[in-house]
Design a protein around this ligand. Structure first.
Ligand SMILES: [Fe+2]
Ligand SMILES: [Fe+2]
Length: 357
């Protein structure tokens, strides 16, 4: 059965840690960091389960429970698990029956997974909601195989070295100095990957996602996302569906299909490799999607874009913007891109961009 979960908590590190445990159990994991974001998501999307923190930036998670109770949303019957450090045993005794579970922070991840499993086991069997199903293009081209530009052992070493370097420095300006912004066509891939790593790491630092595990995901995603186009930098530069559409008549059918499917092809290739951390495949799969449904290949909107993917998409878009515009400024970037880098996780990322300078 298709499952979608919403994590609501104002602590970014906590959400990030929970995300790692929850994402493998469901099809889509959404996150909200405050009451407004949570309500916006609850109004629009049917969730299988909601994980709710009580203390939300001086507001109360109970507001969200009340909202669900009193309004017509697709979540009237959605079970809620409360996660909080400020719950008394009286509260637990009193409200036990109202919620699918109450976990007192800090709790071990195993306890959370156990609770989630319990809730899922009780769900009535029902049909997959079609409108929220993410279409997988994976199997449309099972016969396509591409040799990657890196051997896995070399890549592991490379990632380790890059991580050390990035950890020491998170200011975008100094990071950019370390990557030559070489705008010549044959250097595109190298400049693109190097800059993407640095910009992703700089955004992560501003979002206070400082764990090495997180940065590592971005380094892997940067190296591998255009894997299927490694030998075709000319095609890798086609970074929006609008551009691809415009060039359609000048491309062979095969080139057109490779561009359209390269995110899925790369995601599928790496899904069999144990060394790659979780989430990287989703970041790769979504690296050309946009919040306003104009990306490719799935044209999914911001509701389906994960927090890690959103950072990667912003970093990816900014990287190409810098490569394409020698006179780039963050302000111009925000102005030109705010309509497609919008919604849910994008809002917060776009807000920290001006601080990157
Ligand atoms: Fe790409
Ligand atoms: Fe790319």
């Amino acid at each position: 059965m298709y499952k979608r979960i919403l994590i609501i908590d104002d602590n970014v590190d906590f959400v990030e840690a929970m995300y790692d445990h929850v994402a493998p159990l469901v099809d889509i994991t959404d996150t909200a960091y405050n009451v407004e974001e949570a309500i916006a998501l609850i109004k629009e999307n049917p969730f299988t389960l909601i994980l709710l923190d009580i203390n939300l930036n001086n507001r109360n998670g109970a507001e969200i429970v009340k909202f669900i109770h009193e309004n017509e949303t697709p979540n009237k019957e959605t079970p809620v698990i409360i996660l909080s450090g400020i719950i008394s045993s009286t509260f637990v005794d009193h409200y036990q029956k109202r919620f699918a579970g109450i976990l007192i922070k800090p709790f071990p991840p195993s306890e959370l997974k156990e609770k989630i499993k319990e809730v899922f086991d009780k769900l009535p069997a029902e049909e997959t909601p079609k409108e929220t199903q993410v279409h997988d293009h994976h199997d449309d081209h099972p016969e396509l195989h591409y040799a990657g530009p890196f051997e896995m052992d070399k890549l592991k070493e490379e990632v380790k070295g890059v991580l050390e370097h990035v950890k020491k420095n998170s200011k975008l300006k100094s990071l950019l100095k370390q990557v030559q912004v070489d705008r010549s066509a044959d250097q595109y891939m190298k400049a693109h990957i190097g800059m993407l790593i640095n910009i992703s790491a700089a955004i992560c630092a501003k979002m206070q996602w400082n764990s090495e595990k997180t940065i590592e995901k971005f380094v892997y995603a940067s190296y591998l996302h255009d894997w299927a186009l490694a030998m075709r930098p000319d095609l890798a530069r086609i970074n929006t569906f609008a551009k691809l559409d415009l060039l359609k008549d000048t491309l062979t059918e095969e080139d057109y299909q490779i561009v359209l499917d390269h995110p899925n092809i790369a995601a599928k290739q790496i899904s069999d490799i144990n060394e790659i951390p979780p989430d990287v495949d989703m970041m790769i799969k979504q690296h050309h999607e946009f919040g306003n449904e104009t990306g490719f290949p799935s044209k999914c909107g911001y509701q389906k874009i994960t927090p890690f993917s959103a950072v990667f998409i912003v970093a990816h878009t900014l990287t190409d913007y810098i490569i394409d515009n020698p006179k780039w400024t963050i302000e111009d970037f925000i102005k030109t891109n705010k309509s497609r880098l919008h919604g849910s996780h994008f809002t917060k990322i776009m807000r920290v961009l001006p601080e990157l300078k």
